[in-house]
Write a protein that binds this ligand. Structure first.
Ligand SMILES: [Zn+2]
Length: 616
C-alpha cells in the first residue's frame, strides 16, 4: 500500500459509440406475456458465424494485441484496447469504454541473496507482496518443505475466511524473524499461513527451472473496507528450482542468513474496460462473454488469442443479430492479473441491476489457441454441465465431463446468480504442459492458428445455441441435484450435527419435482429463459458464495455450499470448545440462508410454473 490519490467515488465513464453504452438499469419484465420467441435454427446460425471467422483474421488480431506488453493500466494495454475498439467501431458494433479506478499491484523487482556470498539468483516478487523498502529484510532461513507440508489453517467463513479461525487451530510454529522457503508456486493461502507464523519474508521455490508471475493476495476485486485487511503484509519472492537446490546445499552446511528485497508499485490507478454490445432489440436478455485484456509480458496465449476470438465473435454475431433472440455483451476485462479481477468485479458492482434482471449467463474465455493443445474440457456450474459436455461432443466428437468452477477466472457474477461456463483446450503434461504460462515466453509463436480457429468455433457453437436456440440450454434439475449432493456432503462432514435433512429434506423433494416440471415445460418452449435463470439464481448464489452475495468473498475455493465449509469443525472432537461454538453460530446462519434460498427458488418456481401452464 502507498499514498497514491484516493479514487473518486463515482466511476468516470468514457463512453464511445452512443447511448447504448451505459447500462440500461430498467429491465424488461420477465413475467407474463407472449410465449418465448420461436426457435431459430441454432446450428445453421452457428455455421453462418463460423463461416465469417477466418484463421488469418484471428491471427492478425492476436498479433496486434500480443505486440504489446500489457500489465493493466499500462500504455500497452490501452493500445490493445484501442485496436479492439477501432475494429468494432469500423464494423458498426456498439462499444463502450469505461474508465475505472482499480487497486493494482505491479511487481517491480526482487532480490534474494546471502549477504557476503555470491548467492544472488534471479528472483521476482509477486503482485500484492509487501514491499521491503531499500535494504530489504534479513533472517535465518527456515526450510518449510513443500506446500503440502505447511500446517493447514482452519477455514472459517465470510470476510475473514481462512484468516479467521487460525488462532483456534493447531499450534503454529513460530517463525518470527525467519525467512521461510517453501517449494511450490506462490499462492495466497500459503502466504497467509507463513505470514501468520511471523515470517519476516517468504521465498517460494518454483518446482521448475523458471519463474511464474503470480498473485498472493486473497482479496477479490479492488479491496474495500470489508476486506483490505487481507492484503499481505509479508514480502514474498520467488526463485527457480536450481536456486532452491543451491540454497538447500548451503543450509545443510549450517545456518544461512538470507536477505530479501522486494519493490512493487501498489495503489489505485485508472484502467479502461471495453464492452461491445450485440442486440437483436433494445433491452433483450443477454449472455455476458468475458476475457481479460491484461496479462503478464506479451501474454499471447493468456490471452491475446482469446481476446482475438472475442473480437471475431463480436463482429460475426453482430452481422446475424436480427436472427438472435438474446443479446451478447463482450467485455475485455482489465485488472485480471495485477489487480485481482478488479475489472469484472467493478462491472458486477456497477451493472448489478442490469445483470440481475436481464443477464442469462456468464461465459468466460481464457487460454484458447495454444500450440499443441489436445485435450478439450469445460468448466461449468451444474446447470450448464450437461450443455457444455454436449457442445464439446457435437463440435469435437469428444466425450467430456464438465468440471465445477473453482475460485478464479473473473467469476465476479456468482453473487448475482448467473450460471457460468467456460471451454478449455489444453496441452498434455507429456508434451511439456503449458510451460510458458505467466512467463516472458508467452509470445505470439505459442499461438496455433488452426487451434485458435477450432476453439473460436467451439465458442460460436455454444453461443449460437444460447443466443438463438430453443430451449435455452440451462438445466434446473442438474442444479437441484448438485445442491442435494452438496447438502448431504456438508451434513456428513459435520458428523450429522448440522441436521440439514430436517429443514431441507422436504424442501429438496419439492424442488426436485418442480425442477423436473420446469425443465419439461422449458423443453416444450413454454418457459422464458429469464424465468429459468430467475429460479436458478438463489440456488446458484448459495452454491457458490459464502455469507454475503454483495461483497466479493476471498479468492479461495471452499467447494459447494462454501458458507457451510466450517461444518467439519462440529465433527472434530479435538476442536477447541470456543471454536466449536463460534463455528456453530456461523453454521446456524448459513443453514438459514440455505433454507431461504430453497424457499425463494420454490416461490419463483410456483410463479413461473403457473405462468407456463397458462400459456398452454
Ligand atoms: Zn488468463
Amino acid at each position: 500500500m502507498n499514498g497514491t490519490p484516493t479514487p473518486s467515488l463515482r466511476p468516470i465513464r468514457l463512453v464511445a459509440g452512443g447511448p447504448w453504452a451505459v447500462g440500461v438499469l430498467v429491465a424488461a419484465c420477465s413475467g407474463a406475456g407472449a410465449p418465448p420467441a420461436p426457435s431459430a435454427d441454432a446450428t445453421a446460425l452457428a455455421q453462418a458465424v463460423k463461416d465469417q471467422i477466418a484463421t488469418d483474421e484471428l491471427m492478425a488480431y492476436s498479433a496486434a494485441i500480443a505486440e504489446h506488453v500489457r500489465p493493466s493500466g499500462s500504455p500497452g494495454e490501452n493500445a490493445a484496447i484501442d485496436t479492439i475498439v477501432a475494429t468494432l467501431e469500423a464494423r458498426g458494433v456498439p462499444v463502450a469504454v469505461h474508465e475505472i479506478m482499480a487497486y493494482a499491484s505491479d511487481p517491480v523487482s526482487a532480490s534474494v541473496s546471502v549477504p557476503g556470498t555470491d548467492f544472488n539468483p534471479r528472483a521476482i516478487t509477486m503482485a500484492y507482496s509487501a514491499a521491503t523498502g531499500p535494504g530489504g529484510v534479513e533472517g535465518t532461513v527456515v526450510d518449510m518443505g513443500g506446500l503440502a507440508e505447511l500446517p493447514r489453517l482452519e477455514t472459517g467463513t465470510g470476510e475473514r475466511l481462512v484468516v479467521e479461525g487460525e488462532s483456534f487451530g493447531a499450534e503454529l510454529p513460530n517463525l518470527t524473524g525467519a525467512v521461510a522457503i517453501v517449494d511450490g508456486q506462490p499462492r495466497n493461502v500459503p502466504t497467509i499461513v507463513l505470514e501468520r507464523m511471523g515470517a519476516a519474508a517468504v521465498v517460494f521455490v518454483n518446482p521448475e527451472e523458471r519463474l511464474n508471475e503470480l498473485i498472493v493476495t486473497s482479496t477479490w476485486g479492488s479491496p474495500s473496507l470489508m476486506n483490505y485487511h487481507r492484503l499481505p503484509t509479508v514480502p514474498v519472492a520467488q526463485i527457480a528450482r536450481s536456486a532452491g537446490e543451491e540454497l538447500r546445499r548451503r543450509i545443510a552446511a549450517g545456518p544461512v542468513r538470507l536477505r530479501v528485497e522486494t519493490e512493487l508499485s501498489t495503489g489505485w490507478k485508472p484502467m479502461r474496460l471495453a464492452v461491445a454490445t450485440v442486440e437483436p432489440e433494445a433491452d433483450a436478455p443477454f449472455v455476458l462473454l468475458g476475457g481479460h485484456i491484461d496479462g503478464w509480458h506479451h501474454a499471447a496465449t493468456d490471452e491475446a488469442a482469446s481476446n482475438a476470438a472475442m473480437l471475431a465473435l463480436a463482429l460475426a454475431f453482430h452481422e446475424v443479430r436480427d436472427q438472435l433472440r438474446h443479446g451478447l455483451r463482450i467485455a475485455w476485462w482489465p485488472g485480471h492479473s495485477n489487480a485481482r479481477y478488479a475489472g469484472s468485479t467493478w462491472y458486477a458492482d456497477e451493472f448489478f441491476a442490469d445483470l440481475r434482471l436481464r443477464g442469462l449467463a456468464y461465459m468466460n474465455i481464457d487460454g484458447v489457441g495454444q500450440i499443441g493443445a489436445k485435450r478439450f474440457g469445460a468448466t461449468a456450474s451444474e446447470a450448464f454441465g450437461g450443455f457444455a459436455a454436449r457442445v464439446v461432443e457435437q463440435s469435437q466428437g469428444v466425450e467430456i465431463a464438465a468440471s465445477r468452477p473453482s475460485r478464479n477466472s473473473d467469476q465476479a457474477f456468482n453473487g448475482i446468480g448467473l450460471p457460468l461456463v467456460q471451454f478449455n483446450h489444453t496441452r498434455l503434461a507429456e508434451d511439456g504442459g503449458y510451460w510458458w504460462w505467466h512467463t516472458p515466453d508467452d509470445t505470439y509463436d505459442k499461438i496455433d492458428g488452426d487451434v485458435l480457429k477450432t476453439d473460436t468455433d467451439l465458442y460460436a457453437d455454444a453461443l449460437a445455441e444460447m443466443l438463438a436456440g430453443a430451449p435455452y440450454p440451462v438445466s434446473l434439475s442438474e442444479q437441484v441435484a448438485a445442491l442435494g449432493d452438496a447438502i448431504a456432503a456438508r451434513d456428513e462432514a459435520s458428523g450429522g450435527a448440522l441436521g440439514l435433512g430436517e429443514q431441507l429434506g422436504e424442501r429438496m423433494a419439492r424442488l426436485r419435482d418442480a425442477a423436473e416440471r420446469l425443465d419439461a415445460l422449458a423443453s416444450a418452449g413454454r418457459v422464458r429463459p429469464l424465468e429459468q435463470v430467475a429460479v436458478l439464481r438463489p440456488l446458484h448464489r448459495v452454491m457458490y458464495v459464502p455469507l454475503n452475495v454483495y461483497h466479493p468473498d476471498p479468492g479461495v475455493a471452499l467447494g459447494p455450499l462454501p458458507g457451510l465449509a466450517p461444518a467439519a469443525v462440529l465433527a472434530d472432537e479435538n476442536a477447541n470448545p470456543d471454536r466449536r461454538g463460534f463455528a456453530a453460530s456461523v453454521l446456524a446462519r448459513e443453514r438459514n440462508r440455505l433454507v431461504e434460498a430453497a424457499d425463494d427458488a420454490l416461490a419463483e418456481l410456483h410463479r413461473v410454473l403457473t405462468a407456463a401452464e397458462e400459456r398452454r
